[in-house]
Design a protein around this ligand. Structure first.
Ligand code: G3I
Length: 459
């Protein structure tokens, strides 16, 4: 019968379409278990809608295995070099969007999230920029931001607005932007970027800021200042290029969390880890687990697909070998994305400080615990305030700092001073705590900050 055969054909088509959709998203049904994803992108998407992207080079898109691995495994892309100033505006006001556009078009047709990299950077800068005086440089920078962001307005998930503006000691890098325009150039760039594409998330991006150190502290202070003054910033990118000399730091997760506590997203933007086998796999797993443990860590991008196309191929730092075979690191990442924590997180807190997530004993109307990360000469305290069995409407936490300790900054609380006994009171948005729930605040200082016991009073 015609009707019946049409129905059968339609049903078959539906089954095939459903199977096709499963293959594209990388989700398969496992007998007796929930669906488990089989690709990096699909697995990350199942973890709170995160993305797992790769840096992509336009000149490799024509290579079948490269293209297939990218589009099968990843749900995000960053043009590795194609959006850099030297390539995209080689002469003043002459724009070359085509190479980047190849990547953006392919990525968006597959529903991927695209990271824009990067607008204001001292490196791979077109030669003509360096000879401009301050007035011309300001106008060229604003024009560059406007035109490049405008080209893909509404299509880019996040932009690295300013890249690598700090030195290792926390001072400003003496780029042409810094020298001609002064400290304010970063703020100017972010304000111009917000106007150019109000829908894109605006990130500051840097390397060697993956742990708590002088450089990441300087970035932290910048972001904190921007947040306090309402300068637009939505995210911080942690490049996360690791090797033997610069291993994954023990306080990686804690560092991500302190930035997230400022109210910005954090993203791992250029991940690659030199090495091989189990050691490399364990490092990758720790990075993925750290991101999964921070709710505002919204995505991970690896800096390339197969090892031989990495910017440092001898270090074999990627997830696929030069024949596109999946490495042990790949399996570790996929399993971590699918199952969550399988190893202790890399930043176990010091044994004498309770972890910030453990609810403290709630004997009064509120209670507070602190987890302190101490390094030579400085510390960060992450404080959790938990309500007892009744609603808390406002709270004050008192901390007596050791002699010699001086606070230099704090977040999510007002404080009464910087030394000795310091009282922290809630700010507008975190005074109200439901029974049994918690809010977090933090502080940073110089000297020694360990061994303190906070007390909490609620109203
Ligand atoms: O395309 C030309 C090619 O035509 C020419 O024959 C060849 C000769 O050297 O150079 C090719 O361009 C190279 C380009 O990569 C594409 O492969 C450039 O010389 C080379 O300098 C460039 O390196 C890039 C590097 O940034 C430049 O600083 C890497 O691919 C890229 O992975 C790397 O990425 C940076 C991030 O943007 C920022 N964070 C650090 C990260 C790693 O250095």
């Amino acid at each position: 019968m015609v009707t019946r055969s049409l129905r059968t054909t339609a049903r078959r088509a539906l089954v095939l379409a459903a199977a096709g959709a499963m293959a594209v998203t990388g989700v398969v049904a496992l007998s007796g278990t929930a669906n488990a994803a089989t690709t990096l992108g699909a697995s990350a998407a199942e973890r709170g809608g995160r993305y797992f992207g790769a840096a992509v080079a336009a000149n490799h898109l024509g290579e079948a295995r490269y293209f297939q691995t990218w589009t099968t495994e990843f749900n995000g892309a960053t043009p590795e070099n194609e959006m850099k100033w030297q390539t995209i505006e080689p002469s003043r006001n002459q724009f070359n969007f085509a190479p980047a556009n190849q990547i953006v078009t392919q990525a968006r047709s597959r529903g991927m999230k695209v990271r824009g990299h990067t607008l204001v950077w001292h490196s791979q800068l077109a030669g003509w920029v360096s000879s401009l005086d301050a007035t011309n440089l300001r106008s060229a920078m604003n024009n560059h931001i406007n035109r490049v962001m405008g080209q893909w307005r509404g299509q880019i998930h996040s932009w690295d607005v300013v890249n690598e503006a700090f030195e290792e000691n926390g001072s400003r890098r003496q780029s042409v932007f810094q020298q001609r325009l002064g400290n304010g150039y970063i703020e100017e760039a972010f304000r111009a970027a917000r106007t150019a594409d109000p829908n894109a998330k605006l990130c500051y991006n840097d390397y060697n800021t993956d742990g708590i150190n002088a450089k990441s502290n300087a970035v932290f202070a910048l972001v904190q200042d921007f947040r306090n003054r309402g300068v637009p910033i939505d995210c911080v990118g942690f490049q996360s290029h690791f090797n033997g000399a610069s291993p994954v730091p023990g306080n990686y997760q804690q560092n991500l969390q302190r930035f997230a506590n400022l109210g910005v997203d954090v993203q791992i933007t250029e991940l690659d880890i030199e090495g091989s086998g189990t050691a490399q796999a364990n490092n990758y797993r720790n990075v993925v687990n750290a991101c999964l443990a921070v709710s505002r860590c919204t995505g991970i991008t690896v800096w390339g697909i197969p090892d031989h196309y990495s910017w440092r191929p001898n270090g074999t730092p990627l997830l696929f070998d030069s024949n596109y075979n999946k490495k042990a690191a790949y399996t570790a990442v996929l399993n971590a994305l699918n199952t969550g924590q399988s190893d202790p997180p890399p930043n176990d807190p010091p044994p004498n400080d309770p972890p910030p997530n453990d609810p403290p004993p709630t004997t009064g109307a509120c209670a507070a615990t602190v987890s302190t990360n101490q390094w030579t000469g400085g510390f960060v305290g992450s404080v959790r305030v938990t309500a007892g069995s009744a609603q808390v409407n406002a709270w004050t936490v008192t901390v007596t700092l050791p002699s010699g300790a001086t606070l230099t900054s704090g977040w999510n609380a007002d404080r009464s001073g910087n030394t000795g006994t310091v009282q922290f009171t809630n700010v507008g948005f975190n005074g109200s705590i439901a029974p049994g729930q918690s809010v977090d605040f933090g502080y940073q200082g110089t000297g020694t900050g360990t061994g303190v016991t906070p007390t909490c009073a609620a109203s």
